[in-house]
Design a binder for this molecule. Structure first.
Ligand SMILES: Nc1nc2c(c(=O)[nH]1)N[C@H]1C(S)=C(S)[C@@H](COP(=O)(O)O)O[C@H]1N2
Ligand SMILES: [Mo]
Length: 369
């Protein structure tokens, strides 16, 4: 089934009753998730980190590439990759999650990248603090926002555009906001924004603009499509909506046992099982993770392992005595500001911030051989 945008360029929230369209499958094949068994790693190997790319991955010649910093600044900058690499650098472990994670579980399902739960990953990003570059350029008094432009472009909602997003000045000047040229100690891969990307810890991924080539200081709120239309919580197409920003709390477990190839149904051997997972929130530190083996009827606390970094997910574990039978394992996180994952997430047009609890049905029985 081909999904056509309506007159406003909206992709309607068609209930396809679980059937994924060819258009969605094409997006899903390009923008892969992180297989949940990779929750085992503190730092996600680059090839297992999720990907979200609206248009085509630009092919960038690093030798001729420049980052231009302009607009309301005292001194315009035009920097090569070597110029950036020669400045003092910082490394942060940061969990990125797509705001559309969980979208495919909403009903009716908004037609876009059909994420289940895998649109997440944690990498060590190295680069120049954005704040240092803004200080070097000198921000004029009238500037209110910083606009970041990527080199990738295409058509969305009927209009040709570059991928562009902005941050208000106070957010852009936070110490941990990076212009990153390395991921996990290596130059960025093409799909992750080579040669330079923004990394905004704590925020949903859409803010971390890849393939950066221009940073502009402006005196009015930026009205580009990805800011004023996309990435907003709306119930109906005509609404202005609430902009998305920080990640709501979420916890995910490594699905225990082994999968059946085609259905992914899981089988666990009877006996003691350590269920392991990770939890994060962009709003406050993770304060609690609870686990249920009966679909959310009863809960018990998981053990939180020491926090490695404020901006990276936190590991947890839970000891389970698995006896023969069928179970639905669930986990939910609560953060220090009291935000807790819901059992069911409210619907919205774009299918954003669906952070309802993960459910993993398992059968506990002896495996053959
Ligand atoms: N230039 C550009 N930056 C972008 C995007 C994009 O399509 N173009 N996608 C955004 C979205 S929606 C997400 S979730 C993250 C994904 O980052 P990753 O692919 O490195 O995981 O990049 C963001 N930055
Ligand atoms: Mo995203």
């Amino acid at each position: 089934m081909a999904v056509e945008p309506d007159a406003r360029g909206e992709l309607p929230g068609v209930d396809t009753s679980g059937a994924i369209s060819t258009a969605e499958l094409q997006l899903a094949a390009r923008n892969h998730g992180m297989p949940l068994e990779a929750l085992a790693y503190d730092i996600t190997p680059a090839g297992l980190h999720y990907l979200l790319i609206h248009f085509d991955i630009p092919v960038v010649d690093a030798a001729s590439w420049r980052l231009d910093v302009g607009g309301l600044v005292g001194r315009e900058l035009s920097l090569s990759l070597d110029d950036l690499r020669s400045r003092p650098s910082t490394t942060h472990a940061v969990t990125l999650e797509c705001a559309g994670n969980g979208r495919a579980r909403l009903s009716p399902r908004p037609i876009s990248q059909p994420w289940l739960l895998e649109a997440v990953g944690t990498a060590e990003w190295t680069g120049v603090p954005l704040r240092a570059l803004l200080e070097e350029a000198g921000v004029d008094d009238g500037a209110v926002e910083v606009v970041f432009r990527g080199l990738d472009h295409g058509v969305e909602a009927g209009s040709h555009q570059y991928y562009e997003r902005s941050l208000v000045l106070a957010e852009a000047q936070r110490d941990e906001v990076l212009l990153a040229y390395e991921m996990n100690g290596r130059p960025l891969l093409p799909q992750h924004g080579f040669p330079l990307r923004l990394v905004v810890p704590g925020w949903y991924g859409m803010t971390s603009v890849k393939w950066l080539d221009r940073i502009s200081l402006v005196d009015e709120p930026f009205e580009g499509y990805q800011q004023s239309h996309s990435y907003r919580l709306r119930q109906a197409p005509g609404e202005v909506g609430e902009p998305l920003s920080r990640m709501q709390p979420r916890s995910l477990m490594v699905p225990p046992g082994v999968p059946e190839f085609a259905t992914r149904k899981r089988q666990v051997e009877p006996g003691p099982v350590t269920v392991r997972g990770r939890a994060w929130s962009g709003l406050a530190e993770v304060a609690r993770v609870e686990v249920s083996a009966d679909g959310g009827a009863t809960w018990s606390d998981a053990e939180l392992l020491p926090e490695a970094s404020r901006w990276a997910w936190r590991a947890w574990e839970w000891a389970w005595e698995a006896r023969p039978g069928t179970y639905e394992l669930c986990c939910r996180a609560t953060d220090g500001a009291g935000n807790v994952q819901p059992l069911e997430a409210p619907w919205n047009l774009g299918g954003y911030i669906n952070n309802e609890v993960q459910r993993v049905p398992v059968t506990v029985s002896q495996l053959d051989v």
